[in-house]
Design a protein around this ligand. Structure first.
Ligand code: PLP
Length: 463
């Protein structure tokens, strides 16, 4: 498998090079040159694999044999060893036509662990094999930062700097990031919101001299490896639900921010998984809902919500989807992205919009609806949803008339977002790993929201 850029100006590159490049050198996003398609026969063979073995089967389609099989096996098993559930991503029945895919059993209690624990292993592997320095730089709305830090803290040859929006992440998210004491970790608490952090990161990665001289590597979902790792649980969930119910097709409801997770579902569908609708759940930051319903992609005003990990207006991975839905034409993507830069808006209509609406449903969940969903499901089933997972479930319910059996992605453990749970009037028991965080000292540096200040911090840290 070779990788190319959505904007057409990166030559074909291999898997490790794509992993290390992160954002395409031409400002586009890297995608596989051709999406591998899996036959019905292969799907049949995969249905009884353990999570780890399924990871290996799917990664084999993307890694070109660039990592010797035994090494890859070790990396994959080490990545999921730290998970608290033997199934890694277990599926639970919530009601007759609605299942939950629990993605929060990793070390930081959110779905980001699934891709990032593997990426941490892979960065460490590449640093060792190629004897090179790797300086990870990322922005987080809360969960990516904690998970990426967990994956590489104390690892030789690696430094990691994470920008998070000051005061706009949950208390537990902040503690998970900032109570890590290893010296290869720098947390910058930035005045601004997540979009500001992500924009600055993209600018730094687009400055190829800065990127090369500081050995920068990306952990945000601009990195294709994250998407690849996230396709696995769509397959895994489909197999579990198909076996239990005999369903031939399954829909997925996905709490969405940066369009990474749901894009992985789209990719799984393109690979041949029988996926019905992909239901895109947002909170009040609903640019993507408006895109699906109206064909207009235009950031609105930033809103602070109960689901901070989805407080995103400019969705990085959207460009990947646009590339596919418009027929894999890099020239058109270059024009559209340039236009977006100039006018702050992209519109599509006609056949392209019909295609979007055939593949996706969308629902923007307002704050009160999110809290009500948490409360109602807790009362009816005893299951406590976190506010992100609740958005997914509310969106699935909205589409209950026109979908098949649906798997709604449970992207975080409720203990990470007790602010919202308290508002519902529910008292929850924290897992011990989370309670322990409140006793630990924090390390972080507050910076104003200018690129200049961030560059100054980075130059000191990466030197
Ligand atoms: C990151 C995150 C999301 C959104 O995922 P995207 O890939 O950015 O769309 C949803 N829920 C939680 C808990 C998250 O951490």
């Amino acid at each position: 498998m070779e990788y190319i850029s959505t904007r057409g100006n990166v030559g074909r590159i291999g898997f490790i090079d794509a992993f290390m490049m992160g954002l395409g050198d031409d400002g586009g996003l890297l995608v596989p040159r051709e999406i591998p398609v899996v036959s019905a026969e292969t799907l049949q063979k995969w249905q009884d694999l353990s999570y780890q073995e399924l990871v290996l089967a799917i990664f084999a389609l993307y890694t070109n044999g660039e990592i010797p099989e035994e090494d890859l096996r070790e990396l994959v098993y080490a990545s999921y060893d730290t998970f608290r559930d033997p199934a890694v991503t277990p599926v639970r029945k919530l009601k007759d036509d609605l299942y939950l895919l629990e993605l929060f059993h990793g070390p930081t209690f959110a779905f980001k662990d699934i891709a990032l624990q593997f990426m941490g292993q892979l960065y460490t592997y590449v640093a060792g094999k190629q004897n090179r320095k790797i300086h990870i730089l990322g922005a987080t709305s809360g969960d990516t930062g904690a998970s990426a830090i967990e994956g590489v803290k104390g690892k030789k040859g690696i430094k990691i700097c994470i920008l998070h929006p000051h005061g706009k992440v949950s208390k537990v998210q902040e503690l998970q990031m900032t109570t890590v004491q290893e010296d290869n970790v720098l947390n910058l608490s930035v005045d601004g919101n997540f979009d500001d952090c992500q924009r600055m990161i993209k600018e730094l990665f687009a400055d190829l001299d800065f990127k090369a001289s500081h050995h920068l590597a990306a952990i945000n979902s601009i990195n294709f490896v994250r998407i690849m790792a996230q396709t696995v649980y769509y397959f895994y969930a489909y197999f579990q639900v198909a076996k239990e119910t005999g369903a031939k097709e399954v829909s997925f409801s996905v709490p969405t921010g940066n369009f990474g997770d749901i894009f992985a579902g789209y990719l799984a569908k393109r690979m041949g998984l029988p996926v019905g609708k992909l239901i895109l759940a947002t909170n009040e930051n609903n640019i993507l809902e408006r895109f699906v319903l109206e064909g207009v992609y235009k950031p609105g005003d930033f809103r602070t919500t109960y689901s901070p990990s989805m407080d995103i207006q400019v969705a990085s991975n959207f460009e990947r989807y646009l590339y596919y839905v418009l027929g894999e034409d890099p020239a058109q993507i270059r024009t559209l992205m340039e236009q977006f830069k100039q006018t702050g808006e992209i519109s599509i209509a006609g056949d392209a919009l019909s295609k979007v609406q055939e593949e996706f449903g969308a629902h923007g969940v307002q704050g009160q609806e999110c809290l009500t969903t948490i409360k109602q499901y807790e009362a009816a089933t005893g299951y406590l949803l976190d506010p992100h997972s609740a958005c997914g479930v509310a969106a699935a319910d909205k589409y209950s008339g026109e979908r098949t059996i649906t798997v709604s992605l449970a992207t975080a453990h409720p203990a990470k977002f007790n602010e919202a749970i308290e508002l519902v009037g529910i008292e929850q028991q924290f897992p011990e790993q989370i309670s322990a965080l409140f006793e630990k000292p924090q390390r972080q540096t507050r910076v104003d929201g200018s690129l200049q200040s961030i560059v100054r911090e980075l130059e000191a840290f990466y030197s």
